[in-house]
Design a protein around this ligand. Structure first.
Ligand SMILES: [Zn+2]
Length: 462
């Protein structure tokens, strides 16, 4: 190739330069395609609102109209610059009276900011940074994208079906609690974190704030917690690698650090003062008063007379003094008092059996597919139940003559203390059929026989 080939006529060069420069910095900003998502934006809003109602009941409010108004005002400046792809989200901002440095946003735009995050921010730009990060999760629809992934694991169907059903008797929802079930919506992957950082930085930049503030704040809270427990924030928002570098790279793409960026405001300093003076809410008293179930006696002893239940994939018997909750692929059976209800109306299944039919890949009787599906189900349950642990690894068992797996899990009981969950899984043409037998650890012995009788009565459809 001769050098003459490289020569470009002057006019062409000018056009080329114009093409390169004319679209300006905006054209170079990183854009993300929305992730794979089985939900519509309207479903984001519906789901987010349901979970937000429960979150509001469970979380202590700052009870400060001033602080809420400030968050809404700051939020609206950021929302104006948020790439929402034309969707009108009903954004809401709530101040939570919790000293932990944390914030979260539910699908559809329901944002909760802990007082701890306001107190830890050095200036308005840093608080705006956290909020812009959260709002970016909403705009990029990361919550339902995570839920879609869980569903793709073929086992989350029951949980999400239960959330969407909004049915108080929905089986897994009674077990997990709607807000806990919402956990899957809040736990983000590292790549989602990077996306929220990059878009959040763009939002800060466009809103006139120092775009470095977002990464600076995360760096600061990480440094402050060295040697201690990492802040709660990082359990749902895992720290991506090279966070600061990626943000700086994006600022370069946006055309560099603008002059006269906004860092602080008189309003922020006043609000921080206000927040620092709020009464503190003791987390223990919160557990006793707000989140723990109403004290109640233990349920009556399970009857020795049994009633039949017939679903399409299986038939089974259960004590005739128990009630059936839920429908179709997600059914629970529990005694009176087995479903505990907190003062906030939140239901939790403390005693009983939950039966779920989920989608699964692989033929009935395939031991590998069963093991895989069982592990995935446990992983999904663990997502919604951070305290859940495997107490005994999956082992072979026969259910109505068919090969199944038996696993013991331990979890926090809604009745207080620990609970034991005996999980039996079996693959059928209808899908993965799972039976979860639940009782508080201290009472488990008294229910073991009943659980065994129920499982012995199971007849799988031919
Ligand atoms: Zn995040």
């Amino acid at each position: 190739m001769g050098p003459s080939r490289l020569r470009v006529p002057g006019a062409t060069l000018l056009v080329l330069l114009c093409l390169l420069i004319a679209p300006g910095a905006r054209a170079q900003r990183t854009q993300f395609k929305a992730g794979w998502n089985l939900y519509s934006p309207q479903e984001d809003i519906r789901l987010g609102r349901q979970v937000a109602v429960d979150a509001e009941k469970q979380l202590p409010s700052c009870n400060s109209p001033k602080v809420d108004a400030y968050l809404a005002e700051l939020g609206s400046k950021l929302i104006a610059k948020l790439p929402t792809a034309g969707v009108e989200y009903p954004f809401e901002f709530h101040c939570v009276n919790d000293k932990a440095i944390n914030a979260f946003a539910l699908p559809g735009g329901f944002v909760f900011v802990n007082r701890g995050a306001i107190e830890a921010a050095d200036n308005e730009a840093q608080l705006a940074g956290v909020m812009a990060h959260e709002l970016s999760h909403v705009a990029l629809r990361h919550g339902t994208s995570e839920a879609t992934k869980a569903q793709a694991a073929q086992t989350g169907v029951g949980i999400l079906g239960a959330i969407f059903g909004g049915n108080a008797g929905g089986a897994l929802v009674t077990e997990l609690g709607r807000f806990s079930a919402g956990g899957v919506l809040l736990r983000h992957s590292r790549s989602a974190e990077t996306q929220a950082d990059v878009v959040g930085t763009q939002v800060l930049y466009d809103a006139g704030y120092d775009p470095r503030a977002l990464a600076q704040f995360f760096e600061k809270i990480e440094a402050d917690s060295k040697g201690q427990n990492p802040p709660e924030f990082f359990s749902d928002h895992p720290n991506p690698e090279h966070r600061v570098e990626r943000v700086e790279e994006e600022i370069d793409k946006l055309g560099g650090l603008p002059r006269n960026v906004k860092r602080d405001s008189v309003e922020f300093e006043a609000i921080k003062h206000e927040v620092l003076a709020l009464p503190t809410v003791n987390k223990d008293s919160l557990t006793a008063g707000g989140r723990a179930p109403r004290p109640m006696g233990p349920p009556p002893v399970p009857s020795r007379n049994y009633t039949e239940y017939q679903a399409s994939a299986y038939g089974m018997k259960y004590p005739d003094n128990w009630k059936k909750y839920g429908e179709k692929d997600s059914v629970s059976f529990a005694p009176d008092g087995g479903v505990t209800e907190g003062e906030d109306g939140q239901a939790g299944l403390a005693y009983g059996v939950i039966v779920n039919v989920g989608k699964v890949e692989g033929p009935a009787g395939d031991a590998k597919a069963l093991e895989k599906a069982t592990r995935e189900l446990i992983a999904t349950l663990e997502k919604g139940n951070p305290k859940m642990k495997i107490a005994r690894q999956p082992g072979p068992v026969r259910l109505n003559g068919q090969p199944g797996l038996s696993t013991y899990l331990s979890n926090e009981s809604p009745a207080g203390g620990e609970e034991t969950d005996w999980l039996i899984t079996v693959i059928r043409p209808e899908g993965l059929v799972s039976f979860v037998c639940v009782a508080p650890e201290k009472d488990y012995e008294n229910y073991d026989k009943t659980f065994s009788a129920i499982l012995d009565s199971v007849r799988l459809a031919k």
